[in-house]
Design a protein around this ligand. Sequence first.
Ligand code: F6P
Length: 352
Amino acid sequence: MAIRKIGILTSGGDCAGLNAVIRAATDAAIGLGWQVMGLRNGHLGLMTTPPDVVELTVDTVRGDLLRAGGTMLGTTTKDSPFDFPQADGTTRDRSADVVAAIKGLGIDALVVIGGDGSMRLFDRLLAPAGIPWVGVPKTIDNDVPGTEYAVGFFTAVEVVGEAMDRLASTAASHRRIMVLEVMGRDSGYIALYGGVAGGADAILMPEFAYDLDAVAAHVRRITHNRPNPVLIVAAEGIKRPADDRRLGGSIGAAIAAGLQNRTGFDARCTVLGHVQRGGSPAVFDRLLASAFGVQAVALLAKGENRCMAAWHGNGIGHVAMSDVVTGPRFVGRDSALLRAARGIGTYIGEGF
Ligand code: F6P
């Protein structure tokens, strides 16, 4: 079936570079003579009457969209259409309403910009309804299977790198241990890449077991057992230390308190939080977003369905959605960055 009208939406947690994808996909689709509808707030805009949509034109995506943080379409991480909350506190399967809204708008195919959770959600919605769709991977966590990099990741890494630079100078002034807690959910990509970029002395990731006594011994060794500046990156998803109940606070705060107890050196924790998701995209995210947006439209034009634009070592390609919905993806022991960190003398966990 020839495509005449597509829908574009963003789904899941936001990150930098979403607008750049919207811009690229819109321009590419209009270049093919297609009409483009922006669907607001992920699936939620398809559940209102009338649906919350806006036509995207060359003019609406011109200007600063490439640089702008967030998503002009809005997004959501909540209220699955399969278990949609009702006023009386129960939930109802409203997936048919989403499909009916897409068909009612005359949309022939969809570009879904999302992480692995959103890919699962939309595959479940669209595949049985026979609506063709292509995904574009985005998330600061970089945990989408089938692609080396997702849009938003490198901006988060950039933010971590800058935070490390700032922590380094105050750590040096006070000869302190500085623990930086970063996001990433159950994956350690942000911690690993940000930690290497920022010169961390230890990087703690959910994928690899750590021992706080060993981290403390590492700190004592590199400081020659005297108060000296030390930088530690802890991913939010790491297991809490065994003596956690005494330590409390966020996981980063627990690591800082545990190291202060063990070494006697002053330690502080910074929780970086949503700063990693906001603001203007880093240059590599703009490149990825532009290439992925164009690729998603090209895939639809070729008649591809249920696949995702992807970055592999040799450039832009695509993967079958069946290889994506198995997510999330984790840092592997064969990661080149892991080897680099180890080679530099960074503590990255037990057994390395
Ligand atoms: O998945 C992206 C992410 O930023 C994670 O790194 C983090 O754990 C989570 O989302 C935070 O979610 P929320 O914005 O709902 O607090």
